[in-house]
Write a protein that binds this ligand. Structure first.
Ligand SMILES: [Zn+2]
Length: 374
């Protein structure tokens, strides 16, 4: 794989991590460190890996020996559920969460569920988020529903309650709980490019007009006010729009599965860039921390430009800003090993890793260097 380098320096790092990963310490933040892989059944390798009777399952014990103790699975992908749901069709690529969880129980692993909230590429254009020029209703992969559409939110909450009531997971990871924003392309290490933000649809215009008490004729009015003198109240409205939905998620959790912890995936702007993050995504660490039990920053090396310094600064800043637990989400990349060593030393070694399929498809040399086994 082209992502991995063969230099001696990295190999030394890779060997070091194997030792670190076999050495378990108690995290200062989470009772026992979560060392997880995130799983998506839309990649074939992952489906085959967990499919019934596949010989690949012998890897589970080897993954365990290498320190992995937890798997995270998507409840649904787009409009297909990975379990038999009342609300969505069954995903034909999925072996089904029930059988997967049974296997993980047999092999002594923990598991949890990732729930994509606003991400929904199959919704009609009218439900999609509009940018500040009043258009787009995006054709991009990252298609999120408007966070002010009551019907969509209520339907999602029903699906969430179904997942909670069937599986009672240890953790539910809420993903795509935000306004749409192409942070993967626009980057987050720069002060912030908010030349294109969402959502300025009629629902959002109405909601913002109510919140701010200002008359808005159209998206142009909303844009001018939000990007000008109304910025402060606009940030507040964005933050409240997202945290209100999170408070509904929390109500569902409290009612259906009170022991389940709520984790929220967050876009990893430095806490010092709080206003830019809220402007772009509606995510405000202080507001989200009122309702979440865990924050999961998406610290993907490739997007951070392999900036280890940023990674370290971010983690330390977040731990100071918010007192809730943190499960950093990291990618398998040349910087994975130094990142994991840092997390082990400073944060008790809790993390979730992308991507299991890619990892299993890589040659044994790569697997050995990342997790210390063949
Ligand atoms: Zn909207």
């Amino acid at each position: 794989m082209k992502k991995f380098t063969d230099t001696v320096v990295y190999k030394i790092g890779f060997v070091l991590i194997a030792g670190y990963m076999l050495y378990t310490t108690i995290s200062p933040l989470i009772d026992s460190p979560v060392k997880a892989f995130k799983c998506y059944f839309n990649d074939k390798t992952t489906s085959v890996f967990f499919a019934s009777g596949d010989s690949g399952l012998t890897y589970l014990d080897t993954l365990k020996e290498a320190g992995i103790n937890h798997f995270m699975f998507l409840s649904h992908e787009s409009d297909k559920a990975n379990f038999h749901s009342k609300y969505l069709e069954f995903n034909p690529n999925s072996p089904g969460l029930n059988s997967v969880f049974k296997k993980l129980d047999e092999h002594g692993f923990d598991y949890s569920i990732i729930f994509q909230f606003f991400y929904s590429p199959t919704i009609p254009d009218s439900l999609k988020q509009a940018d500040q020029y009043g258009d787009d209703r995006s054709t991009d992969w990252q298609s999120l529903a408007c966070p002010n559409d009551t019907n969509f939110i209520n339907n999602r909450l029903l699906l969430l309650e179904e997942v909670l009531s069937i599986f009672k997971p240890e953790i539910i990871h809420i993903d795509f709980l935000r306004f749409q924003y192409f942070w993967e392309e626009q980057g987050i290490t720069a002060p912030g490019d908010t030349s294109r933000v969402f959502c300025y649809c009629e629902r959002c215009q109405k909601s913002f007009a109510n919140y701010s008490g200002r008359k808005l004729k159209n998206y142009i009015d909303m844009h001018d006010y939000a990007f000008g003198i109304g910025r402060k109240i606009y940030l507040e409205w964005r933050s409240k729009t997202i945290s209100r939905v999170l408070s509904l998620i929390r109500d569902s959790r409290d009612r259906i599965s009170p022991k389940t912890q709520i984790s929220v995936n967050i876009v990893p702007y430095l806490p010092s860039n709080k206003n830019i993050m809220t402007f772009a995504t509606g995510q405000d660490i202080t507001e989200i921390s009122k309702y979440a039990d865990i924050l999961s920053p998406m610290l993907y090396s490739e997007i951070l430009n392999t900036d280890l310094q940023y990674f370290e600064k971010y983690m330390k800043g977040l731990a100071k800003t918010s007192k809730v637990d943190i499960i950093p989400s990291i990618e398998i990349y040349i910087y994975t090993v130094p990142e994991m060593i840092f997390l082990q030393k400073e944060f008790g070694g809790t993390y979730s890793l992308f991507h299991l399929g890619e990892f299993l498809e890589s040659d044994s040399g790569v697997r050995r260097t990342i997790l210390g086994f063949n």
